[in-house]
Design a protein around this ligand. Structure first.
Ligand SMILES: [Mn+2]
Length: 269
């Protein structure tokens, strides 16, 4: 199958699911990929080697890096053969962002369809959740007593090629405050612009209490070390690309038992 057929088939598989994927057992979890096909192949091989049930990718497959089309096609391929593979939607899986940061240009170079690509991106789930862990690309919406179940039904949140506001948008774009600022602010407007926000530890605590969870694992910030713990170890940020502008960055992933946050184990790939 070529790119168009592979994505169209994967889109049909994804359309049967909702915005939130329930996960349990063991998992390998990775952050931003940004066109780093070498990273993606190593992540897939590591999940096999460690015999992890799930592979959970936290989004941002395209823009900036060198092999964006290859990464998207590989993810679409895996979706068709593996129910335990959970690729979440990042803020870069968005038509307006891709027009600005490189993927639309890559599609032109490879003579591939924008429409098929963005239909596929729009069907990706936003969130994976276990009995203890919430996983999303950016994180959580700044909303008092926000319940994960509120965004579950795809019928209430139509899949848009471009997200502009609302809980889905904030899940893809928001960042945790850190380096002390998390204790001084409930939330602030994000330096990323748009409607995105940076949230403090009070929002993390309210969210975890409301949903009876213990840990948030998210991506979205390019930490050179590949990861950062925040909010008294209740938020873990991951980054897993060393392609393009991220040359020299450490690619971090974690394996864990999804019901036990204390089992988080780091791997450099
Ligand atoms: Mn991002």
């Amino acid at each position: 199958m070529g790119y168009a057929e592979t994505l169209a088939s994967a889109t049909q598989v994804l359309a049967k699911g909702n915005n939130v994927r329930k996960v349990s057992g063991s998992a390998l979890i990775a952050g931003d990929i940004h066109g780093d096909i070498d990273s993606l192949e190593k992540i897939i091989a590591l999940r096999e080697a460690l015999d992890m049930k799930h592979l959970i990718l936290l989004g941002d497959y395209v823009d900036r890096g060198e092999k964006q089309v290859e990464v998207v096609e590989r993810i679409a391929e895996l979706i068709q053969s593996d129910d335990d593979f959970v690729p979440l939607r990042g803020n870069h899986e968005d038509a307006a962002v891709c027009a600005r940061y490189g993927f639309v240009e890559q599609l032109e170079i490879h003579d591939l369809s924008n429409e098929i690509s963005f239909d596929f991106f729009a069907e990706l789930p936003m969130v994976a959740v276990s009995s203890a862990v919430y996983m999303a690309h950016g994180g959580i919406p700044v909303e008092n007593n926000f319940k994960v179940s509120r965004i579950e039904q795809r019928s209430e949140f139509p899949r848009e090629h471009t997200l502009k506001t609302g809980p889905q948008y904030e899940i893809g774009w928001n960042d945790p405050l850190y380096d002390g600022r998390e204790k001084n602010h409930e939330y602030v407007a994000s330096s990323r612009g748009g409607h995105s926000k940076e949230w403090g530890i009070a929002v993390t605590d309210n969210f975890l209490d409301t949903n009876n969870l213990e840990l948030i694992i998210r991506a979205h910030i390019a930490f050179k070390a590949g990861f950062k713990w925040m909010h008294d170890n209740k938020v873990l940020s991951l980054f897993s690309s060393s392609s393009g502008p991220y040359d020299g960055f450490t690619r971090s992933v974690v394996s864990m038992e999804l019901s036990k946050p204390e089992t988080v184990t780091f791997h450099e790939i």
